[in-house]
Design a protein around this ligand. Structure first.
Ligand SMILES: [Zn+2]
Length: 428
């Protein structure tokens, strides 16, 4: 990604170049005017002749414009977004374990670079509560948060005048956090744009490190925005924009799915609440689907599962022995819940056959045992109970199941969601 730029002088001309798939390849094969011509998107410049490329990758060239010879400089400048994902790469640190970079051809297609508003509860704050805890409530990004996009700015050391600016098309819709190696909790940058005076760089600027290394930032979504543009802008010493590098992301709004719960009388309310926090956070894994396992865009499901109410535990003596519940016991629970009408989740100690959860298809009810429940159990059972679908025997699929009245899938369970199920999540 080389960008054209002319020095700051009264008669300078400047132009920008199209993206190159691989700047390194270009530099290696750079051997003549014809290649440089391909870079120039300005047919008023003619007779372009490269002079030389310096050790920092900057190319000087001369061109004719209006019969006058001009000097042209091409400077390497890069901004690239990564796949939506969790902050799992903090340790051990290595840039090659960052989330996969989005292909350059897709960097400007916001639908291929989605981010979901950070309104779930990966922080595991107490639930239920009013207002409901959302991760974006504070200007802090914890190590368990998975609703961010990483953006990497390439090292920039070719000029010693002018200003670099990093900003977006709508700064009110995001928070920005600088990636810091081995730091678990990051504090948001208080205001944008970020600027760096190249002639007199402030070492306190979050951009300062760009002079010696690549710099990465996390973007957290606060408001929906169908096309948010990330911008790295180069200005000359007079403040005139010379060139910019951009990438586009979509910040998706969410559908909130409220569910209420009740537990069996023998269980501790504290234990149940702690499990529910984990399960509801786990249900929100469908927001990021497979984490780009297949190197392709996920089917991201912009839903936020929340616990609306934890009812007082069920002390009814008729329901006092659900430990190692039998199928007859399960039937009793379903009868009990269907009469209640306002409880979707019943928490028990255990279920027969080590089932991770049981739901009646289309019945809006699920039973979840404290033991053996996978983190995605609520999302899985929700699709049975509210989406009225059965098991789907595809490897890594959210709906892989082990029978319980339906065909058993001999597959690895995952969080993959296909478009058909996404529609169910959003509409049922
Ligand atoms: Zn199932």
């Amino acid at each position: 990604m080389l960008w054209g730029f002319l020095p700051n002088s009264a008669d300078a001309i400047w132009t920008r170049t199209p993206d190159l798939e691989n700047p390194g390849e270009f530099l290696d094969t750079f051997d003549g005017p014809w290649q440089l011509q391909d870079l120039i998107n300005d047919d008023t410049i003619t007779a372009l002749n490269p002079l030389r490329m310096n050790s920092k990758g900057m190319i000087a060239a001369t061109g004719m414009k209006g019969g006058v010879e001009k000097l042209l400089l091409l400077v390497p400048m890069g901004l690239e977004s990564h796949r939506f994902g969790r902050v799992q790469h903090r340790e051990p640190f290595a840039s090659d374990v960052f989330p996969v970079k989005i292909p350059l051809a897709e960097q400007h297609d916001p639908e291929r670079c989605p981010l979901i508003i950070n309104d779930d509860n990966d922080d595991h704050d107490s639930i239920p509560a009013t207002p409901y805890p959302e991760d974006k409530d504070d200007a802090v990004l914890g190590s368990t948060d998975d609703d961010v996009v990483l953006v990497t700015l390439q090292k920039f050391d070719v000029l010693e005048q002018g200003t670099l600016e990093f900003t977006t098309s709508s700064n009110a819709d995001i928070r920005l956090y600088k990636y810091i190696q081995d730091q678990d909790v990051l504090t948001a940058i208080p205001s944008l744009p970020l600027t760096l005076d190249l002639a007199n760089p402030n070492p306190q600027s979050p951009l300062a490190d760009i002079l010696t290394d690549e710099v990465s930032f996390y973007v957290e979504g606060l408001n929906a925005n169908s096309n948010l543009e990330l911008r790295l802008i180069l200005k000359n010493a007079s403040g005139v924009e010379m060139t910019r590098k951009t990438a586009n992301i979509e910040i998706m709004d969410t559908r909130v799915i409220w569910l209420s719960a009740q537990s069996h009388g023998q269980l501790s309310e504290t234990v149940v609440k702690n499990k529910l926090k984990t399960w509801f956070s786990g249900a929100n894994i469908v927001r990021r689907d497979r984490d780009w396992l297949d190197e392709d865009a996920d089917v991201m499901v912009p839903v936020t599962f929340r616990l609306s109410e934890l009812f007082p535990k069920d002390d009814n003596s008729a329901h006092s022995s659900w430990r190692n519940a039998s199928s007859a016991d399960i039937s009793d629970i379903f009868s009990y819940l269907s009469i209640q009408g306002d409880k979707q989740i019943y928490v028990v100690e255990d279920l027969y056959d080590n089932a991770g959860g049981i739901a009646g298809r289309g019945e809006g009810i699920m039973i979840i045992p404290l033991e053996n429940s996978p983190k995605d159990v609520i999302a899985h059972e929700w699709l049975h109970a509210f989406g009225d679908i059965g098991h789907i025997c595809i490897e890594e699929h959210l709906m892989v199941g082990n029978g319980q009245g339906e065909p058993s899938c001999d597959k690895e369970r995952g969080s993959d969601v296909r478009e058909a199920e996404k529609i169910l999540f959003l509409n049922n």
